[in-house]
Design a protein around this ligand. Structure first.
Ligand SMILES: Cc1cc2nc3c(=O)[nH]c(=O)nc-3n(C[C@H](O)[C@H](O)[C@H](O)COP(=O)(O)O)c2cc1C
Length: 325
């Protein structure tokens, strides 16, 4: 296996961790492993547009796939490796009804053998790691032995060596995806137990992590921590994590400098295709809990989505923050 990249990562989040978001996150963190949103093999193999496109600056970058057919998943993994992705991850945690209708995501936890077949097919095509992101369990299948059996099968029959565990179960009926990220209780102890029972596997913990201190505590028990919502809504935390976990001598850029570092990227993207809003929507939390944060958010929200909006909107928003600081 290539060296383990997942000591700290930013979670895959549909509608959030697109390429613009990842480019921005990379300015704050040199070391975090970044994940794409979940993409289906159908989109990659038959969709219009290039669903594997990214900027080289985003590396190290992992592609997350949502699917359950070994052949198409394997072909996508092959293309991903060819395009330079550092890892391919299989989503076995999403409980949405659309995903269940497609027979992938969290419902696959009930069929460990199928997950193992998918991982094996993908791994047979590539040298980069094929990883699995899953939950503690689904519906009534939420005992520790159920989780341990799942991991055992996918590791032994599928050859998977890295598991990311969202430390709560999912209810497949009755809860929305959002509720499924909040209502089932977190149980970190089961993830710690997995690491003790499978010391040869890399175990990454996910769910509800909000601070550098919490990350350090988890890292005493498991190999990696994945952070989702907190990293998105409070992105400056990424720089703090980078410094604490990876590089104590790293200079933490002030948020104003991060915005300025984005200028060339924004200009490039606007020339190519995108609207400003597709970039600025990810920046709203940058001044979280700092003076001027509201002005920043409000100005970008009100002016960033106009069809003619250009870099001057970001410059003006920054000037408003600077005046408040
Ligand atoms: C808006 C949103 C979209 C998400 N999309 C995905 C996804 O595409 N694939 C996935 O595996 N998990 C997805 N998740 C779940 C996160 O990856 C993560 O497991 C979850 O948010 C718990 O981590 P956190 O408490 O640090 O946010 C999503 C979460 C959010 C908030």
């Amino acid at each position: 296996m290539v060296g383990f990249l997942g000591r700290f990562s930013v979670a895959p989040m549909l509608g959030h961790t697109d390429r613009h978001c990842r480019y921005f996150h990379r300015l704050l963190s040199r070391h975090a492993l970044l994940y794409t949103e979940m993409v289906t093999p159908e989109a990659i193999l038959q969709g219009r547009g290039d669903f594997l496109a990214y900027s080289p600056e985003e590396q190290p970058l992992a592609l997350q796939l949502g699917g359950s057919h070994p052949d198409t998943l394997a072909e996508c993994a092959r293309q991903a490796e060819q395009r330079g992705y550092a890892e391919v991850n299989l989503n076995v945690g999403c409980p949405s009804s659309r995903v269940q209708q497609g027979r992938f995501g969290a419902c696959l936890m009930a069929d460990a053998q199928q997950v193992a077949s998918c991982v094996r097919a993908m791994q047979s095509q590539v040298r980069i790691p094929i990883t699995v992101k899953t939950r503690l369990g689904i519906d009534q299948h939420d005992s520790y032995p159920f989780l341990a059996d799942f991991v055992q099968t996918v590791a032994t029959d599928g050859g998977c060596k890295i598991f990311i565990i969202h430390a709560r179960k999912a209810w497949l009926a009755g809860l929305s995806p959002k509720e499924n990220r909040e209502i089932p209780p977190l149980d970190y102890s089961r993830v710690y137990q997995l690491k003790r029972d499978f010391p040869h596997l890399k175990i990454v913990i996910n769910g509800g992590v909000k601070s550098v201190m919490e990350i350090k505590t988890h890292l005493e028990q498991v190999d990696g921590v994945m952070m989702g919502r907190e990293a998105y809504h409070n992105p400056r935390l990424l720089a703090q994590i980078d410094q604490t976990l990876f590089d104590p001598s790293a200079r933490v850029l002030p948020p104003e400098a991060v915005v300025e570092a984005l200028y060339p990227y924004i200009e490039r993207v606007l020339q190519q295709e995108s609207s400003l809003h597709r970039i600025t929507r990810h920046l709203l939390g940058l001044f979280h809990q700092l003076p001027g944060a509201r002005r920043w958010r409000r100005y970008l929200s009100e002016h960033g989505s106009a069809s003619q909006a250009d870099l001057s909107v970001v410059m003006q928003a920054l000037a408003l923050v600077s005046a408040a600081r």
